[in-house]
Design a protein around this ligand. Sequence first.
Ligand code: CTP
Length: 447
Amino acid sequence: DLKRREVVRMIREQLPPPVRELFEDFGRTADALGLKVFAVGGFVRDLLLDEPNLDLDIVVEGDGIAFAEAFARDHECRVRSHEKFGTAVIVFPDDFKVDVASTRVEYYLEPAALPTVETASLKLDLYRRDFTINTLAIVLNHGSFGELLDFFGGLRDLREKAIRVLHNLSFVEDPTRVFRAVRFEQRLGFDIGKQTEHLIRSAVRMGFLDRIGGPRLLNEIIHILEEVRPFPAMARLEELDLVKFLHPALKIGEETGAVFERATRALHWYELLYTGKPCSEWVVYFLCLIRDLDADAFQGICERLGIPGRLHPLFTEQRHLAQGVLQRFQAFARRKMKRPRNSEIYQWLLPLDTEVLLYLMARLESEEARSWISVFVTRLRDQKPLLSGEDLKVLGVPPGPLYREILEQLLLRRLDGEVVTREQEIDLVQRKYMKNVHSSGLPQSRN
Ligand code: CTP
């Protein structure tokens, strides 16, 4: 078994010093209150696997809210508590957060029972969790700091690289765990245990997965699509015949693999640009996933998953525009036509959000066509003409809708390299738009 000092060594070697100190402070607060406090769940799993994870989940045997509030009296932090669930979030000034839960919740239902100080209530709490590898706990109290509690064979399953549920009703209690099982399996390079896979297949057969509400299902899909490598998990969902719960017409095949691969590269490229403009990774992969669905199927999947309204324009109008761009780009690339002009690329791509642009990069097999998008993002998208509206006024352009058109023309000419200097822009304005200004006061010709 893993000895206490080995766990202490892992804590020392893997965690940044402030987190280690935090653990000791938690232990001290708990000691002062006569409570037991544990680090639990995914954090412990990843500590033992030497995987980075600073999502701290703390369980207090007893009243977690009282614990968090006592801690906050002696430390610089705030507490947000949720009385109904007996949970609290400790928020530090740098916005680092720690979740605190109470094991006492069930005792509120039974006023006669006194809060227990045994580890029995912790065990009960952990028993409600999804997989054995997520049920490990580490004691943070001073006297037994670093002691590993393993009630359900979590350590064995970490060593055997197995995803196993704790009991046969796990997927019935919470069918979203089916998706979690696949996600952990693929992320960690584990295998879903035989019996657990059998339970997944029966949950599917018995229709439990149809009962997952849209937002919860979407949430699981988002989690999968935000993994470092989402494709293996999607392929595994297909293998377990789970993709049909998103939409019966959805299929994950080899082409999806290639498209996802290019999406990963595009996202990586974009990340390294440090534009400061955020990009939602799951949206890019989701667009890749639904790339071949017709309008009806698309509508169906949006309804099933309860896609939030703010994403509707992106998933409808922009997706439609992207389809047109894709065809044009593919035609250019296939027929070896001269590349589109920068001004054309600009006008086609301007209405598209970054997510849709990266989706397009994922769809394009031609490296050259992909470069048109990268040029747009890095060099075209943020260009402006040198002249401003103010300058046009000084030049004597009469106020009106013409300003907009002139500024747009200046920009498009600039993108195509036809004007470079300020003087060239002024010259263009005078030649094209101001020929008749002096005779009539208004420009007559736009040619
Ligand atoms: N949990 C569960 N059933 C769920 C969701 C969560 O039993 N449907 C439990 C898991 O045991 C998990 C804990 O709640 O350890 C916290 O959930 P979450 O933060 O989603 O899990 P992590 O294991 O931290 O996952 P990740 O590494 O992806 O953050």
